[in-house]
Design a protein around this ligand. Structure first.
Ligand code: NAD
Length: 361
């Protein structure tokens, strides 16, 4: 029996509570991990976390205490996007394995630097691309790999909502803290799972545009409800990120047509991905199962099975990687192409032109 992996959780916000809390708690009860520290820079937040998850042994406000503790083997970085880089680099340099939430960080160059540091230190760096561990996504990957769709030539991707700008004026809409809007927040999940399902597709060309649409003037933004409303700051805050993106991408496997909106003036929430192949097609409902259509029988088959908690699955995969000293499918190596794509989408929109990556091959 392996000794429990000693971990520290840095950042006790929403994803720590709602995403990773339950799985980590179970693993602590099973003796797979010990949670030595819960850390949050805001006084009281780590203590609140400890109340909900009493397995956390100590509460701290300075993450350096955990990073410099020789007993700690792995660090969970569950803080805002801009801070992923510094905390991860400090942890890697101190010889820790790291689980870092998505996106890797706010730029491709810094993401690449994180990967290089992990390699240099011979440490694992896993990114929170939780969809890769979702039952539906794993199944679609198998359908495609087994040839059930034939040649997949186009993917249609929609992550478009009526009114979902999170905490307007707060950290989500401040580019310096978030690195971007709907693309880096939601798009990262959609594009990562598309590239993954296509079997590690590499981007060839990107033509895209991003807009500040209905959220442009915060005082004129009308909404019915708001996610993370406690963080909004309409009076004094910043909103300098896109709330709408669209574009067209060619990869070495299939092209991707996409639209994404935190908010737009069409009252219909569209969160799906269509994989269009020569023999069959699949529509993935982002929050549910998927339907597969066979191009010969013309029949649709719904895949609607219970889906295990994807956060728990990725947490278990991370701890198993530590035991085995082996990278898994959420390793940073696998996610860099996604970061390259996000940056290219922003860049193409800024320049109003198509970007080509073909010469890099
Ligand atoms: N995988 C997913 O489905 C998913 C979902 C939501 C958020 N996320 C990601 O998780 C990360 C956190 O998002 P969130 O919604 O939990 O944000 P949040 O603001 O609710 O929580 C972040 C916490 O980190 C703390 N923090 C900031 N800097 C710190 C530091 N230097 N040391 C210690 N604590 C620090 C903050 O005080 C806050 O409590 C983001 O990168 C986000 O993109 C992932």
């Amino acid at each position: 029996m392996n000794q429990p992996v000693v971990i520290a959780i840095i950042g006790c916000g929403r994803i720590a509570h709602l995403g990773h809390g339950k799985g980590l708690l179970k693993m602590a009860q099973e003796g797979l991990i010990r949670v030595k520290y819960a850390c949050d820079i805001i006084p009281g937040k780590a203590a609140d976390y400890q109340k909900e998850f009493p397995e956390c042994e100590q509460v701290i406000e300075d993450y350096h205490i955990a990073v410099n503790d020789p007993e700690v083997q792995a660090i969970y970085v569950l803080t805002p996007n801009y801070s992923h880089y510094q905390i991860t680099m400090d942890a890697l340099k101190a010889g820790k394995d790291v689980f870092c939430e998505k996106p890797v960080t706010v730029s491709y160059a810094l993401s690449e630097a994180m990967k290089k540091e992990a390699d240099k230190q011979h440490r694992l760096l896993q990114i929170g691309v939780c969809n890769r561990y979702k039952g539906t996504v794993e199944e679609i990957q198998k359908y495609i790999a087994a040839g059930k769709l034939g040649d997949v030539y186009n993917v249609v991707c929609n992550f478009r909502c009526f009114r979902q700008i999170p905490g307007i004026g707060g950290p989500f809409t401040d580019k310096a803290q978030s690195g971007g809007g709907v693309l880096i927040d939601w798009g990262v999940h959609f594009f990562d799972l598309i590239l993954y399902c296509l079997g590690g597709a590499k981007i060839e060309t990107v033509s895209a545009d991003s807009y500040q649409g209905v959220g442009k003037n915060m005082k004129d933004y009308h909404y019915l409800s708001m996610w993370a409303e406690d963080t909004k700051d309409i009076e004094h805050g910043v909103n300098d990120v896109e709330d709408y993106v669209t574009g067209y991408i060619r990869t070495n496997k299939a092209s991707i047509t996409f639209m994404g909106a935190w908010a737009n003036n069409i009252d219909d929430n569209n969160m799906y991905i269509d994989f269009i192949g020569t023999k069959g097609g699949i529509r993935l409902d982002y929050y549910g199962g998927f339907t597969y259509w066979d191009g010969n029988t013309l029949k649709g088959e719904k895949w609607d099975h219970p889906i295990p908690d994807m956060y728990e699955c990725e947490d278990r995969a991370f701890i198993q990687s530590i035991f085995d000293r082996k990278k898994n499918k959420g390793n940073v190596d696998e996610v860099l192409e996604t970061m390259k794509l996000l940056e290219a989408i922003y860049h193409s929109g800024d320049l109003h032109q198509e970007l080509s990556f073909r010469s890099e091959e």
